[in-house]
Design a protein around this ligand. Structure first.
Ligand code: FAD
Length: 442
């Protein structure tokens, strides 16, 4: 039997939850289908950090510490949050194999005034999602956990999805099923997207990591892989992880090596305990979708994007779509016509500013520079670069810093300049190698 609703939302991540909560709040009859049985248990890698106090995409989030509320002033809504949090977060520090550090943000100085300087709040993502789900259910959303959508077909007035042998029909299907969206694949939209590779990530949950400064995200470049250490919202806990585009790299073995054998970094972790509850993910990198709509199916969040759309942007896009769906039903204007304001919003806020960039993946610095050369490069900037949590700004600031330093490097270390030049020349070859190694191509 086919169950009928106004809208079927597939996926209870930040985007789908916000669509469901917002549209149900104004009376739409919504079914929310989620393949996980408990969304409060996050197993897919996530830094669980909400960027605040600087523009990320179109939004500049504020956090009210007293009421534990996130405020989204551009999008025009707020979200209460009742879990653990920590806003002692001032950007990124990048370490080289020998322990030299390139600082994006002077953490010591900035942490004197967290309320003013913080650019992120670390949260429990599971608690945030559970809170939104509770609101959505209070509005009357029918939540169906453990429901895996495996097929979709179009009808004259909408579309039908199949999950666990049942059918669910709506005027619209919202594909909020994340970065490896099955719905996007099923309706054929991946055929027109450029594929750039597959990223795998593995993260250990650890307690007792000893680092002198940990007020942000720490990236470590070694000669055998890239690692990160991220303090969590829960005091004393850290994520220690690694990622790669190489399908043959053994991430578990690499984490063992980093935490137990590395001459420099194992000392940070030697007394730390690995706890149950690590995370992992496999992410296919596709070019963003130019138009997130086809035949009564509308995409939102990571489903229309590439990597790093973020929790914030997904919440805001979901909120926007929830309101536009409400308007479409009020006006009784269905199909693509009913969603024109959403498609226009997407074009001007997502595609125009960010959607046209190349998603191709660059090479590993350690394939070109040896440990001593990486140490030299990390130690070169004389003062910290202004802090940020935006990856777009981060790469811009790193690029800008080294561009200014190129004359000095050229003079002191022409050998390094030559190797960097070679890396630049190999760019297209590296991109195509990573693309070929990706899952859809194997
Ligand atoms: C390594 C990594 C670290 C990150 N760290 C951060 C960070 O610190 N801060 C930040 O803001 N962002 C971070 N992000 C990005 C952030 O995780 C995503 O942008 C965000 O979660 C996207 O929300 P979404 O709702 O679109 O998708 P998702 O959160 O992926 O949710 C999709 C939901 O759909 C469900 N689903 C999938 N397929 C089906 C199906 N067939 N049937 C039913 N249900 C289905 C999934 O189970 C899931 O619950 C990170 C991403 C990665 C890869």
């Amino acid at each position: 039997m086919t169950k009928k609703y106004d809208v079927i939302v597939v996926g209870a991540g930040p985007a789908g939850l916000m669509v469901a909560k917002t549209a149900s709040g104004s009376g739409l009859n919504i079914a929310l289908l989620e393949r996980k049985t408990d969304i409060s248990k996050v197993r897919r890698t996530d830094g669980s950090t909400i960027g605040i106090n600087e523009y990320l995409f179109w939004e500049v989030v504020k956090f009210n510490r007293k009421t534990q509320t996130f405020i989204f002033p551009v999008s025009g809504f707020s979200l209460g949050y009742d879990g653990p949090w920590n806003d002692n977060m001032y950007g990124f520090h990048i370490y080289s194999p020998g322990g030299k550090r390139f600082m994006i943000g002077d953490w010591k100085e900035l942490s004197k005034d967290p309320e003013k300087n913080s650019v992120g709040v670390r949260i429990s993502k599971g608690r945030l999602l559970q809170g939104i789900l509770d609101d959505a259910r209070a509005n009357g959303v029918e939540f169906l956990p453990g429901t895996n959508v495996t097929d979709i077909k179009h009808t004259e007035t909408g579309a039908v999805v199949t999950a666990n042998g049942d059918e669910y029909e709506g005027r619209y299907i919202v594909a909020a099923d994340g970065i490896n969206s099955r719905i996007v694949e099923l309706i054929g939209l991946n055929k027109d997207r450029k594929f750039a590779g597959t990223m795998r990530d593995q993260t250990w949950l650890m307690e007792g990591v000893e680092i002198s400064e940990s007020a942000g995200m720490i990236f470590v470049l070694t000669m055998y892989g890239r690692f990160y250490i991220l303090p969590l919202a829960e005091k004393g806990r850290f994520h220690v992880g690694t990622s790669t585009h190489d399908p043959d790299m053994d991430l578990e073995a690499n984490l063992q090596r980093f935490t137990r054998e590395d001459n420099v970094y194992s000392s940070w972790v030697k007394n730390a305990k690995r706890l149950e509850g690590g995370e992992s993910c496999v992410v296919n990198l596709w070019q963003v979708l130019e138009k997130p709509y086809k035949d009564h199916v509308i995409m939102v969040g990571d489903a229309f994007w590439s990597q790093e759309f973020s929790i914030t942007a997904s919440l805001c896009a979901g909120h926007k779509l929830g309101h536009i769906l409400t308007k479409a039903f009020h006006d009784k204007t269905f199909g693509e016509e009913g969603l024109v304001p959403y498609l226009d919003w997407y074009a001007s806020n997502c595609i125009e500013p960010r959607g046209k960039r190349d998603v191709g993946v660059g090479g590993n610095l350690w394939d070109y520079l040896n440990a001593e050369e990486l140490d030299y490069m990390a130690a070169l900037p004389e003062k910290p670069v202004p802090h940020t949590l935006s990856f777009a700004r981060l790469f811009g600031r790193i690029g800008g810093t080294y561009k200014e330093l190129f004359p000095k490097i050229f003079e002191e270390r022409p050998d390094i300049m030559e190797k960097l030049q070679k890396m630049l020349e190999d760019k297209e070859d590296i991109k195509s190698k990573v693309e070929k190694m990706g899952f859809p191509n194997r």
